[in-house]
Design a protein around this ligand. Sequence first.
Ligand code: FAD
Length: 319
Amino acid sequence: MSIDLSAPPLPFSFEVYPPRSDARVPALHETIRRLAASGPRFISVTYGAGGSTGGRSLELLSHILRTTDVEPLAHLTCVGSTFAAANALVREFLDAGITSFLALRGDPPAGVSEDDMFLGDLESAAQLVQLIDRVQAERAPYSEYAIPGVPGAARVAPRTKVDIAVAAFPNGHPRSRHPREHIDALLAKQAAGATLAISQLFFHADDYLAFVQRSREAGVTIPILPGIMPITSPARLRRTLELSGEELPAELAISLEIEPTAEGQRAVGVAHAAQLAREVVDGGAPGVHLYAFNSHDTVLAVLRDAGILTTPLEKESAS
Ligand code: FAD
């Protein structure tokens, strides 16, 4: 399977993270089932930089591969890894049948400065893109297909290419030194062989649309999927700003703060994300990628409100 964003209807996809404990596995599997039933183009699974969630990421990806007809997309990071370790990691995922990746460099653990750790043999996501392609070429230099009616004969065709996505930063990377640096980084990832970019979250459609336009002018031709995160509580907004370095979206922050109930705050978050999705799609986005926080109801509500999801959903009582 591969990721084709050009085929209608408008593609949407989800990001989930591996379960933090065994107790959370059944609920997450139910979420995967519900997300898969909505017909996403892929479901991506995050990977803890430094390998902290590696085994559990692969288990979840294998579960998606085994139990749904949705393409699983594996995030991989290479910060702190030797070349040999990164090579072995990529091979392990390919051997498990995963053929779509989001190649990331990843960040040092919280509180550790880049100067105080071994950052790894691979310096950037672009180098990981090249490594994934190379490992796949070594594993399967060509594809073989049986010739019907000719027992034992096989037709040899070029090798199956893997889909490799990369991260893009509409408002710049938190460590950008000049405004074009993140577009140069994206161009380098494309030159290395990336076929798709997925954006960091943003709060205003113009941030994404202007970034896409600047990227196109600079020579980026790969699709750039907008990453949309429904912010359903003031606590989630604070945590998201801490992690992403994005500026406080004042209007959304106030709307969340003045809502007295958790249900009301969730409705504010869903409405905001749905509006953002509508605006980026109207502006030409090739689809939408939703950060699901391991829960199906909020992201499915966003897609429904945005008019992107039109098929009837299962009744909530099915969970
Ligand atoms: P690269 O672009 O290759 O950059 C390598 C390093 O250079 C960065 O780590 C940073 O130190 C620096 N850098 C990057 N861009 C700039 C710039 N413009 N200016 C200055 N310095 C720069 N992290 C995880 O650990 N696991 C995940 O599963 C994960 N998933 C993500 C999914 C998405 C869609 C996005 C947008 C981010 C995700 N991240 C994840 C976070 C990501 O690892 C960090 O944002 C990281 O700093 C940049 O990763 P990169 O692959 O883009 O690195």
